[in-house]
Design a protein around this ligand. Structure first.
Ligand code: IPE
Ligand code: IPE
Ligand code: MG
Length: 266
């Protein structure tokens, strides 16, 4: 799978394929999955890691180039302290356990978000995982951790202003994009949210501009290949117009052949 840099759906029409090139997922419903089984919420998070492992494999098998997973939002710090610290330890444990396997499977890892809030051990693990897998090109797996779409836009604006103060007042979309946390990836073409809620919850605000949205009631620990294929089938049926009309998308029809009347025997 070729590595493609940021491509903008508002400045050019993206190349379209049968399978999404970039899948972005809000993995929601872990707590309710656990509650339904009379288990503590954290059991749902633990089970959710297994779903991530299966999804990475399924994406590679389907030729999806980029997978971006929302693991912890900038607002998730509002949760009870015990749940937050469990999630942090789970992140550390999952990275320690999975990084070798990800590397062996040709996965390039990126973590986006404000990492400064994490403990040094976690930051170090992330950085080591990213550099170990930097030249892999089967699948780019991005984990959004302490990520918020507004945080991303603000850090990008600030980066841009500091880099080019003389352009204030005339910045363009193309000027901003290199400063976004996911500047190495094309925009997502398919977004899936599990758990029944139909909202973006401060995920990729800039990049979802023309993304196809798919919502399922299934809780994240139950998410499987069948649901993934259902979402891809729905994606395939959609007409992606990017602002144009349906008629503009029809293949050009060759002009009808003209018949000359045979008048010799008249
Ligand atoms: C998603 O599941 C995981 C995180 C936000 C970390 P939730 O923990 O939000 O599960 P529900 O929505 O409460 O069921
Ligand atoms: C969104 O889920 C964030 C992640 C999945 C990491 P939430 O469970 O935090 O979203 P809200 O609060 O229901 O919008
Ligand atoms: Mg939730």
């Amino acid at each position: 799978m070729a590595i493609r840099m940021f491509s903008s759906s508002t400045r050019s029409i993206p190349e379209l394929g049968n399978v999404p090139n970039h899948l972005a997922v809000i993995m929601d419903g872990n707590g309710r999955w656990a509650k339904k089984r009379f288990l503590p919420r954290v059991a749902g998070h633990q089970q959710g890691v297994e779903t991530v492992r299966r999804l990475v494999k399924a994406c590679i098998e389907r030729g999806i180039g980029y997978l971006t997973l929302f693991a912890f939002s900038s607002e998730n710090w509002r949760r009870p302290t015990e749940e937050v610290s469990f999630l942090m330890s789970l992140f550390v444990a999952a990275l320690e356990r999975e990084i070798g396997r990800l590397h062996a499977n040709g996965v390039r890892l990126h973590v986006i978000g404000d990492l400064s809030a994490f403990e040094p051990r976690l930051i170090d693990l992330i950085r080591r995982g990213e550099s170990l897998t930097a030249s892999n090109d089967k699948l780019t797996l991005t984990i959004a951790a302490n990520y918020g779409g507004r945080w991303d836009l603000m850090q990008a604006f600030n980066g841009l202003v500091l880099a080019y103060p003389e352009k204030a007042g005339v910045y363009t979309e193309a000027d901003l994009e290199p400063f976004l946390a996911m500047n190495y990836a094309p925009e997502p073409d398919l977004f899936i949210r599990t758990g029944g809620e139909q909202r973006i919850s401060n995920f990729l605000l800039w990049q979802l501009a023309y993304c196809e949205l798919y919502f399922t009631d299934q809780f994240w620990p139950d998410f499987d290949e069948v649901t993934l294929d259902g979402a891809i089938a729905s994606f395939r049926k959609r007409e992606r117009r990017f602002g144009r009309t349906s008629e503009q998308l029809l293949p050009a029809v060759p002009p009808a052949p003209t018949f000359k009347a045979d008048t010799r025997n008249v």
